[in-house]
Design a protein around this ligand. Structure first.
Ligand code: HSE
Length: 303
């Protein structure tokens, strides 16, 4: 019996919450149609389909599924999966997390163990670790939905933060690729105490502002003084886009995950659309722009 999984796009870090905050977005994500069979068979269509490995040893869907079976203590069970992609590969919208969550969920469905969300998260983290490095800030919102705070990656401890305000998000994906593993290498290994305390103030303010619906404090919370100075230069036009977005009424503009997708948080749909027009002028028509809202729900299985 076939079943279908939808895994949403996610914004890792949400500017100041490096590896800690993540946000699921609505209306954008990948679909995975799974049919149990004896071996793995991977078919891919849609965005960047030609770049996705079809070898089960290298595809995050099967890597996550295998990890799930191992953690559950059962033998491997293959399946055919047709992946319909909307998310760019190495694009900064959590595509590897979406595949990892979908693979682990497929294995959970096949073994009748959907209640083992601990194993779904652990297996997805394992697959994400293989391709991008072990971080949960895309997996957690992809699985649970909404805004999530990763308290402890190893312990898989995740906390959901309610968003008490209307938010519209403009996403822009410039036509370049940045692998998360490479983008992690450019980060500073050490921070001065002064920089660290600044970033903590930004991140705490962001979480508090979203949870309280405090518009006034959002701009401060969306400042990223850790990853952005190191990664911004990898995205041509980043600073101009940040200025244009804020001039057009966004609370802030930063890199989604490890980029190159960037996001602007805005209060209203018309501001988000105005920002998207400015971003297309800066990044050119080869860039992709989406106006979306936060998604409350996580990945879904349709039987
Ligand atoms: N927190 C991760 C990073 C997210 O910034 O490297 C990658 O999508």
């Amino acid at each position: 019996m076939s079943f279908k999984i939808f895994a949403p796009a996610t914004i890792g870090n949400v500017a100041s919450g490096f590896d800690v905050l993540g946000l699921a977005v609505d209306g954008l994500g990948d679909y995975f149609t799974c049919t149990p069979q004896s071996h793995y068979e991977i078919l891919v269509s849609g965005r960047d389909a030609d770049l996705v490995p079809l070898d089960p040893l290298h595809n995050t869907v099967s890597i996550a599924a295998e990890a799930f079976y191992r953690f559950l203590g059962v033998g491997s069970r293959g399946f055919k999966v047709h992946i319909e992609r909307a998310l760019p590969l190495a694009g900064g919208l959590g595509s590897s997390a979406a595949s990892s969550v979908a693979g682990a969920l497929a294995a959970a469905e096949i073994t009748g163990s959907r209640h083992r969300s601990d194993l779904v998260l652990r297996a997805a983290l394992h697959a994400e670790g293989v391709v991008a490095g072990p971080h949960l800030d895309n997996i957690a919102p992809c699985f649970y939905g909404g805004l999530t705070l990763v308290q402890d990656t190893e312990a898989l401890s995740v906390y959901q933060i309610p968003i008490q305000m209307e938010l519209w998000i403009t996403l822009v994906t410039p036509p370049i690729k940045i692998k998360t593993k490479d983008a992690r290498r450019v980060l500073p290994e050490h921070l001065k105490t002064e920089q660290w305390t600044k970033q903590m103030a930004h991140c705490t303010t962001l979480a508090l502002a979203l949870a309280r619906g405090d518009h006034e404090q959002l701009a401060f919370g969306l400042r990223d003084t850790f990853a952005e100075p190191a990664r911004g230069p990898l995205i041509p036009g980043f600073l101009a886009a940040q200025k244009a977005s804020i001039d057009a009424g966004a609370y802030g503009f930063s890199i989604s995950g490890s980029g190159p997708t960037c996001f602007a948080l805005t209060p209203r749909a018309e501001v988000a659309h105005a920002v998207s027009r400015r971003l297309l002028e800066i990044f050119g028509s080869a860039a992709q722009v989406h106006v979306v809202q936060p998604r409350r729900q996580g990945a879904e299985i349709f039987l």
